[in-house]
Write a protein of this length. Structure first.
Length: 155
């Protein structure tokens, strides 16, 4: 049975159409995100380039976070585009977020500095230097390990 517009107009003075806002954010990323740990990096994980950085972040995730790299989500800052922090968190729902380099994003969206840890709602955030910085600097690796250990203890 179809209700006529005239009948509807008699019942209601005004009719409003409500449209749901959909999160249209889509991200191309590496991993399956089952560990709910998101890494935002300044290089592309999905390409055959950046082998040294890929090996370094794998090592950090497996030794520092004690996780399988495939259980994380690793997204390049280039794939984020103009998405804001809320869109990213809404899409990935991470318990931990590590920002590797990406200084413009970190300072504008998160207001966070290197080696700082913040909690925003349910997400712990760590700002680290770019991954390539840890390839040859033991001093920087040591500083990073201390923050990862601290982050793991807070979670």
């Amino acid at each position: 049975m179809k209700v006529s517009d005239e009948f509807m107009n008699l019942l209601f003075d005004e009719i409003f159409v409500v449209k749901e806002k959909q999160n249209s954010a889509q991200f191309n990323y590496y991993g399956n995100n089952t560990a709910r740990v998101l890494h935002i990096v300044d290089f592309e994980m999905l390409e055959n380039e950046n082998k040294d950085e890929q090996a370094q972040i794998r090592s950090i995730i497996e030794k520092g976070f004690l996780l399988n790299v495939d259980d994380n989500a690793i997204v390049s800052i280039d794939n984020i585009g103009d998405q804001n922090y809320e869109d990213i968190i809404g899409y990935f729902n991470p318990q931990k977020l590590i920002v590797w380099g990406c200084n413009d994003f970190a300072s504008k969206q998160l207001k966070i500095k290197d080696y700082e840890i913040q909690q925003k709602e349910i997400t712990l955030i760590l700002k680290a230097e770019p991954v390539f910085e840890y390839i040859s600097s033991n001093a920087k690796k040591q500083q990073l390990w201390l923050q990862i250990k601290r982050m793991n203890n807070l979670a």
